[in-house]
Design a protein around this ligand. Structure first.
Ligand code: HEC
Length: 96
């Protein structure tokens, strides 16, 4: 039986349960991080894998540059979405 490793970072028991319910068995075996930041998945996981984002540790300035670059190649975000994305990036994927 494929069980998530003990040190994965789930969204909580409910999230994990929902993940299972929605047929997330494939996701579970490939790692729980994949649905950790739905906004990132949704906005940044279309052209390339969201892993591209999760792998990085950038400064605030660098992330702002990246977001600018992504918008230049076709990323569509509202101002609020962009601010929220930047918040997530700085909180979890920053080297500050
Ligand atoms: C419209 C398509 C598209 C969307 C949407 C998109 N990207 Fe990208 N992204 C690209 C392309 C194309 C590249 C590779 C070329 C490059 O590096 O500019 C890339 C590369 C990257 C890289 C690697 C750059 C580096 O310097 O190592 C990061 C980090 C990244 N994207 C983050 C994001 C984030 C964060 C989002 C969501 C806010 C996002 N991308 C959404 C097209 C997209």
């Amino acid at each position: 039986m494929p069980l998530p490793s003990p040190n994965h970072r789930p969204t909580g028991p409910t999230g994990l349960f929902l993940l299972l319910l929605t047929g997330g068995l494939g996701l579970l075996t490939t790692g729980c991080q994949k649905t950790e930041y739905p906004l990132i998945e949704q906005k940044c996981g279309t052209c390339h894998s969201a892993e591209v984002v999760y792998q990085q540790r950038f400064s605030q300035q660098r992330w702002q540059q990246v977001l600018h670059g992504m918008k230049a190649v076709g990323l569509k975000v509202t101002r609020q979405e962009e601010e929220r994305i930047l918040e997530i990036l700085l909180q979890h994927f920053s080297n500050r």
